[in-house]
Design a protein around this ligand. Structure first.
Ligand SMILES: O=C(O)CCC(=O)C(=O)O
Length: 418
């Protein structure tokens, strides 16, 4: 019978080892003795904050997850889904958070901006020197014992500083995404797992048993590095105060399975134009470069989708050259209809159109494939060599198209495919 995955410990490392082995590789670790210059550690407690902010109005999240969990599918992801914000005086919030005052709601002051809302606390902390940006997002988290933040990932890199109390982290690499049953890509909770890590239902989520977590407890003075897109589940073991620092991930970190899961849907929505504008153009990367990078990492299914975007771009460019109205660039039309149109106009012959149809078949298959297992897909759907050939042939097609573009349209003798 399948059993819950057994975690290995989150590495605890010195600053030197962290800099040498973990930070460059974007791997999580708890860095020892890294908050020694923080006045906050040893000073901040729930009572201290309540006294400091006696008259402050604050926003607190109230969750009903704990009481309803298991009773309603609507709260399957607990706190992150089913919470409402309430405004109150800070000391009242602390009473509710620490359960000094009884209620069936579960309160958490989470992700509140230190610079914007709690600037008085700023002198008690310092920004970890490893953060490469001047202004990371700095957040305060004040919670009570037994609070659970369900399994999810964030897009940004994270240094998580534990100031007071203890939290238990269970962490999974982005490569484990296929075992973690995230909400569907089209949902608002695509970054949240549907598995309850504390009590996994292996009947409903059998692949979860194959996941390989790391886990450990952070206590006062600990700094955890949590790279972008690593899954994490957090359980507070006692009344707890944390500060975290978020900053933007670099391009290489976006090539992670939990991100690539979105490629098929994004292709259907805008042929990856949004991703091109926000991630590829700033990094100087074309769709074909992306396809090549994905292929190298053995992400075959997304590599095909990226090659499809490159082909799509080239076909649309040919349409523009032929003065076919620009509606093609704004309307989502499939590759086949563009191909048919270009063939009918004599831009290329029947044999070339046939080849484009062949590529389209593979692209369509990739767009329809189960994206949860896109790394394993090569065995069942696509041989790696076929994917390589597709990318190379489309690259050649794009190169020839770009060359043809430099000729005057009237003299155009189109001979894209040799
Ligand atoms: O501490 C928590 O409850 C959650 C922290 C978290 O999810 C984060 O820092 O990204």
């Amino acid at each position: 019978m399948a059993t819950s995955p057994q975690p290995t410990p989150i590495p605890r490392v010195s600053r030197e080892v962290f800099e040498r082995e973990y930070l460059p590789a974007n791997k999580p670790a708890i860095i020892q003795n890294s908050l020694s210059d923080w006045r906050a550690v040893g000073l901040w407690t729930h009572d201290y904050l309540a006294a400091t902010y006696r008259d402050k109005r604050v926003v607190v999240s109230a969750s009903i997850a704990e009481t309803l969990q298991g009773e309603s599918p609507a709260v399957e992801s607990g706190f992150w889904i089913k919470h409402v914000d309430e405004e109150m005086d800070f000391p009242a919030a602390i009473e509710l958070i620490t359960r000094a005052k009884q209620t069936n709601r579960h309160y958490y002051l989470y992700r509140r901006s230190v610079p914007d809302e709690y600037p008085e606390l700023y002198p008690d902390i310092s920004i970890p020197a490893w953060i490469p940006v001047a202004k990371p997002r700095i957040n305060l988290w004040v919670g009570g014992a037994h609070h659970v933040t369900t399994l999810h990932y964030d897009l940004e890199n994270n240094f998580f500083a534990q100031v007071h109390g203890h939290k238990h982290f269970t962490i999974f690499s982005p490569e484990e995404t296929a075992y973690l049953y995230p909400h569907p890509v089209h949902s608002a909770h695509a970054n949240i797992s549907t598995v309850d890590v504390d009590k996994p239902d292996l009947g409903s989520f059998p692949d979860f048993a194959s996941a390989q977590p790391i886990a450990g407890i952070v206590g006062p003075g600990d700094l955890l590095y949590l790279p972008s897109r690593w899954w994490h589940h957090v359980r507070s073991l006692d009344d707890s105060i944390s500060v975290n620092f978020w900053w933007q991930a670099d391009f290489a970190q976006t090539l992670a399975p939990n991100e690539l899961r979105h490629l098929q849907l994004q292709y259907q929505l805008d042929r990856l134009q949004g991703i091109k504008a926000t991630a590829l153009d700033p990094a100087g990367i074309s769709f074909l470069d992306l396809a090549g990078l994905l292929f190298e990492r053995r992400y075959y299914l997304p590599a095909i989708v990226a090659a499809g975007a490159a082909l799509d771009e080239a076909l649309r460019q040919l349409c523009r050259q032929q003065h076919i109205p620009d509606r093609h660039t704004t309307t989502l039309r499939d590759l086949l209809s563009l191909n048919t149109e270009l063939e009918a106009l004599g831009v290329y012959g029947a044999e070339d159109a046939w080849r484009v149809r062949g590529w389209n078949d593979m692209i369509a298959q990739a767009l329809a494939a189960d994206n949860r297992h896109f790394q394993a897909v090569d065995d069942r759907l696509f041989a790696p060599q076929a994917v390589r050939t597709l990318i190379d042939e489309i690259a050649e097609f794009c190169r020839q198209s770009a060359q043809a573009e430099t000729q005057a349209p009237d003299d155009l003798e189109f001979d894209i495919l040799l």
